[in-house]
Write a protein that binds this ligand. Structure first.
Ligand code: ATP
Ligand code: MG
Length: 242
């Protein structure tokens, strides 16, 4: 067995608001191997996004151990700048908010992300065009992203993350706004990247994705349980698809 690329032990995370406190993660343990495609299911509010923020180094555990690509993710040891650089080099983020530049076209969003990472004009042009086309956006790529549908915007965000490349992809509901055909096409692209050794942690409510995962977990009551694929649908959030 290869050494895990993501390692979490005893991860706790709470949020406080006013005089209330909510304990979201209560001792999460997780091991993810290189090239593994991991799915995380769980009821709404169970802490999936919270966990993804911690894995992607955008937020920190209150206590416990978090290691990604052999680095201990702890603000005691890493400055904000170190973390930002680490994320830019190694982590691909596919989040619901999309974080696209609204005044740019779909193509420009991907193209400029590549240019900022040192690709030449022709490399960036070819890669942006090919990736957008592979996600079914050939016709839409020169539209301003504000003119695109939610599902199209979601695919632009995926195209940007894939085009730029990363060792670890952290995806929050990547198919939430996609129809069946686009969801399957997207997952097939992600699986082919996983076969090349890229690693995926995907939080989702989407039962259609189950066949694509190597390992499936449920996050419930603050802890992760590994589950057999056929059991996912019988959880509390069964049918809770968007
Ligand atoms: N910044 C915050 N401040 C206070 N509470 C928060 C904060 N972020 C999340 N929470 C709370 O933590 C809990 C877990 O939220 P989280 O977004 O991780 O759930 P989730 O499993 O991703 O849900 P969903 O499936 O609806 O996306 C929720 O009860 C939420 O209200
Ligand atoms: Mg969430």
């Amino acid at each position: 067995m290869r050494l895990p690329i993501i390692k979490l032990n005893d991860v706790y995370k709470s949020y406080s608001y006013g005089d209330k406190r909510i304990d979201v993660l209560k001792g999460v343990k997780l091991r993810v191997a290189p090239g593994e495609m991991v799915g995380i299911f769980g009821p709404s509010g169970s802490g999936k996004s919270t966990l993804l923020h911690i894995i992607s180094t955008l937020d920190f555990a209150d206590s416990g151990y978090v290691e990604v690509l052999e680095r201990v993710i702890d603000p005691k040891y890493l400055s904000e700048d170190d973390l930002a650089l680490f994320r830019r080099r190694h982590i691909g983020l596919i989040f619901q908010s999309h974080n696209l530049f609204p005044e740019m076209t779909a193509y420009e969003n991907v193209y400029f992300a590549l240019r900022m990472r040192g690709h030449t004009h022709s490399q960036a042009h070819l890669r942006a065009t090919n990736t957008l086309e592979s996600l079914g956006l050939g016709e839409q790529m020169h539209k301003n992203v504000q003119m695109l549908s939610g599902g199209e915007r979601q695919r632009v965000a995926v195209a940007r993350a894939i085009a730029v490349g990363a060792e670890v992809y952290v995806c929050d509901e990547p198919t939430g706004e996609l129809d069946r055909e686009n969801a399957i096409n997207l997952m097939e692209i992600l699986v082919s990247l996983a076969r090349e050794g890229r690693t995926f942690v995907i939080a989702t409510h989407d039962d259609r994705l189950i066949p694509y995962f190597d390992t499936v977990y449920r996050l419930e009551d603050g802890v992760l349980h590994k589950v057999a694929k056929k059991e996912v649908k019988h959880g509390k959030d069964a049918g809770d698809t968007q």
